[in-house]
Write a protein that binds this ligand. Structure first.
Ligand code: AP5
Ligand code: MG
Length: 216
């Protein structure tokens, strides 16, 4: 299966993708996480990307398309993958179609996680992320067992630099203007499915599984 998980910032793309990874044994390709990992390693591309990420702006299409192209050529992404947060512009969607076309394949489904702006602001303010493994927490809905420490790897939890109020406002604006038009793009291809992301984690996941099971 080749799936794209879409939705505004904070909708739950990463949280739901990581459950699909565990249950369906397929890799998740999150451009946001790839940029953060590159930044933490001190790679030039990550340092360049973080200048835009901090402000809530998009990284350029060229840089983003290139890292995805390289990632899709890795062996584990040959048969199945979940894209999380890529594509985000119509240009990126067209570039992805070309990449997949070159490999003789295409997306099977686009899962769009819906949420209201109020819920999104609250989620991002309360989110904490592991510096080491990227595991995501919420101070109310998914608390770590020990404050500030990752349950999975013991790494330090931090607040993402783009989870400030100003940056979240900008990310939502960009989602509305640049990313939302992709919903029409995929709806016209007949592969768009929507789920209500304001439900509890398990219910959102159950709705996604229902869609995935219908595909296979
Ligand atoms: P990225 O990391 O992809 O950020 P995003 O799209 O803004 O989305 P988030 O990761 O903030 O939210 P999410 O939907 O994954 O929600 P999560 O599961 O964490 O990208 C970051 C930046 O990188 C971009 O702004 C851009 O600068 C750059 N970038 C990335 N891709 C790019 C591209 N293609 N082109 C150009 N630039 C790009 O959940 C959020 C919180 O809510 C967590 O605390 C979680 O525990 C909680 N939560 C989730 N679901 C529920 C639930 N059902 N109930 C209660 N709490 C929940
Ligand atoms: Mg995410």
């Amino acid at each position: 299966m080749k799936i794209l998980v879409m939705g505004p910032p904070g909708a739950g793309k990463g949280s739901q993708s990581s459950r699909i990874v565990d249950d369906y044994k397929m890799p998740s390709i999150s451009t946001g996480q790839m940029f953060r990992d590159a930044f933490n390693r001190g790679d030039e591309i990550g340092i360049e990307a973080m200048r835009f990420i901090k402000k809530g702006e998009l990284v350029s299409d060229d840089i983003t398309n290139e890292i995805v192209k390289r990632r899709l050529h890795e062996a584990d992404a040959e048969d199945s993958f979940i894209l999380d947060g890529y594509p985000r512009t119509v240009n990126q969607a067209k570039a992805l179609d070309e990449m997949l076309d070159d490999k003789g394949t295409k997306l099977d489904a686009v899962i769009n996680i819906l949420s209201s702006h109020d819920v999104l602001f609250e989620r991002m303010e309360q989110r904490r992320v592991c510096k080491q493994c990227g595991e995501t927490y919420h101070l109310r809905f998914k608390k770590p067992e020990v404050d500030g420490v990752c349950d999975v790897c013991g790494g330090e939890l931090y607040q993402r630099p783009d989870d400030t109020h100003e940056s979240v406002e900008r990310r939502l604006e960009i989602y509305e203007t640049k990313t939302k038009p992709l919903l029409d793009y995929y709806s016209e291809q007949g592969i768009l499915y929507s789920v209500n992301g304001m439900q509890p984690f398990d219910k959102v996941y159950a709705d996604i599984v229902e869609i995935l099971e219908d595909l296979s």
